[in-house]
Write a protein that binds this ligand. Structure first.
Ligand SMILES: Cc1cc2nc3c(=O)[nH]c(=O)nc-3n(C[C@H](O)[C@H](O)[C@H](O)COP(=O)(O)OP(=O)(O)OC[C@H]3O[C@@H](n4cnc5c(N)ncnc54)[C@H](O)[C@@H]3O)c2cc1C
Ligand code: FES
Ligand code: FES
Length: 484
């Protein structure tokens, strides 16, 4: 177990230890960079993952020896999450002889920047797109930019810059140095990390930050420190630091536990590690679980999905967690593990109250099991929000349907987010629809039952009345979508 962390910045290994240091383990990468004289390009807009001004790219060595690049919001990344990775900021894009990166040249040529505040973050998203997609489609370009807010240029020239430059006909400076970078990354120790930071201003404040390498180690730690806050991508937990200024005393960071990043499947089911980032989950499940894919396509932004995980989405147990209704509709199960063993709990039973689940204090969420659909079963997902991208759900739905040969309902599940204190099924409406004809007249009757099933709240996002009307309309939409 080591008490410092290492990562690459500006082509060199940087080592940080936190004893007698101004920085804490929960100092964000954004704040760390802003304090350096040489990396002021990175900007702070919102400090909560919404504007993308702080976007940086992380390079990581993959099993094939290549370096994979991912854009992330540096305001949500705690420093220890950099261990073993390459941190790339806008200052690193040009080559040693001062030549601009192709994406930078294209931005200049298309006039993609006016006030320029958003530009470094946009450059990093375009750089990530350049490294990941050859000749990206318009959808792929839009998707890569959903996490970057620009209020004065307008996106047209930025999109033009992306399609002009993201043609990897020429190797960029990063490809030229890939082997060297991979070698440097591999030279960084693979050990677990324990950081202890003590701060003394009148009252002594301590912070213990654990970054285990194995699942067993993580489970032991959770058992020994039951009150420790577990993090995976930290996209939820980081806000407690950046917005509420909380001192998180004990943290168990699972972001380096490889056993939680495995994906396996057979003809019956897929098992998704709780620590795989949602962008990678999205790539793997498109064919078998299209309704989950569609939900992930409107989940946060690429910067968020490159960090966020299913473990974290289940861990928040938020009534508006976007993956929950659709996974419930797929009859998914969550796998929980502690020193006492492993158990699988159906999502239908998992949520028991407002942010309350059946998970015991010493258990970790290790994976999610999704059964594959039999022929004839349909699952659809819907998200209602004020904007299509990077917005919190007002309500959401995950619906499942199987009809018999007579067009009668053999099985139905109507799972809603945002309508109650937890993700919840509309069981009365389901009961009503069971064995009935799947036809408009019946659906209209079901809609009147559905509107009495929940008593949603009014909040900043919408009124209770809107939620009730929208939930009825989602049922009608599901009928229209499955009746073609
Ligand atoms: C800008 C922005 C946009 C967002 N957009 C969306 C969105 O569209 N839809 C949506 O649903 N959410 C959204 N979120 C919320 C958040 O990104 C998701 O809930 C995400 O899935 C959390 O995953 P994480 O790995 O980052 O969780 P973390 O922040 O690491 O953890 C979240 C919670 O889960 C617990 N936890 C994490 N992993 C485990 C584990 N393995 N075992 C036990 N407990 C665990 C943690 O203790 C914590 O309580 C957004 C957040 C931001 C900042
Ligand atoms: S500062 Fe706005 S996303 Fe990080
Ligand atoms: S160039 Fe001004 S905000 Fe984008």
């Amino acid at each position: 177990m080591q008490d410092s962390l290492q990562f690459i910045l500006d082509g060199k290994i940087v080592s940080l230890d936190f004893q007698n240091s101004e920085i804490k383990p929960t100092t964000t990468v954004l704040n760390y960079l802003r304090d350096l004289p040489t990396h002021k390009g990175v900007k702070e807009g919102c400090a909560e993952g919404d504007c993308g001004a702080c976007t940086v790219v992380l390079g990581e060595c993959s099993s094939d020896g290549k370096v994979k690049y991912k854009s992330v919001d540096s305001c949500l990344v705690f420093l220890p999450m950099l261990h073993g990775k390459q941190l790339i900021t806008v200052e690193n894009l040009k080559s040693e002889n001062g030549e601009l990166h192709p994406t930078q040249t294209a931005m200049i040529e298309t006039g993609g920047s006016q006030c320029g505040f958003c530009t470094p973050g946009i450059m990093m998203s375009l750089f990530s797109l350049y490294k990941n997609k050859n000749n990206p489609t318009r959808n792929e370009i839009d998707d890569s930019l959903t996490g970057n807010l620009c209020r004065c240029t307008g996106y047209k020239p930025i999109i033009e810059a992306a399609s002009k430059s993201c043609v990897n006909e020429t190797k960029d400076n990063f490809t030229n140095h890939e082997q060297q970078t991979a070698k440097l990354l591999k030279s960084i120790s693979n050990e677990s990390i324990h950081l202890l930071h003590t701060e003394s201003f009148g009252q002594t404040k301590k912070q213990n930050y654990f970054q285990p390498r194995s699942l067993n180690e993580a489970i032991e730690l959770k058992n020994n420190f039951p009150n420790a806050i577990v993090i995976n991508g930290a996209t939820d937990v980081a806000l407690r630091v950046t917005k509420k200024h909380e001192l998180l005393k004990e943290i168990i960071d699972l972001s380096r536990v490889e056993e939680l990043k495995t994906f396996s499947e057979n003809k019956n089911e897929a098992r998704i590690g709780s620590g795989i980032c949602l962008e990678d989950v999205k790539q793997k499940i498109e064919k078998d679980f299209p309704a989950l894919f569609e939900m992930l396509a409107v989940f946060g932004s690429q910067q968020i999905r490159n960090l966020a995980t299913l473990g974290g989405n289940f861990g928040t147990a938020s009534p508006i967690g976007d993956t929950l209704p659709v996974l419930m509709a797929y009859n998914a199960k969550t796998v929980l593990q502690s020193i006492n063993g492993k158990r699988e709990v159906a999502l239908d039973d998992y949520f028991i109250g407002y942010r309350k689940t059946l998970r015991k204090e010493n258990e970790l969420i290790t994976s999610v099991v999704i059964p594959k659909l039999k022929n004839g079963v349909k699952v659809k997902s819907y998200k209602v929000s004020k904007r299509k991208d990077l917005d919190i759900s007002t309500l959401s739905g995950g619906f499942r349907l199987e009809l018999n040969r007579n067009n009668e309902v053999k099985e139905i599940k109507l799972c809603f987010g945002g309508m109650a204190e937890r993700t919840k099924r509309a069981t009365n409406t389901e009961q009503f629809l069971l064995n009935k004809k799947w036809e408009r007249k019946i659906i209209e009757q079901a809609m009147t039952i559905l509107e009495k099933e929940f008593t949603p709240i009014s909040d900043a996002r919408s009124s209770a009345e809107f939620r009730t009307i929208a939930s009825r309309n989602l049922l009608l939409k599901f009928y229209n979508d499955t009746n073609q």
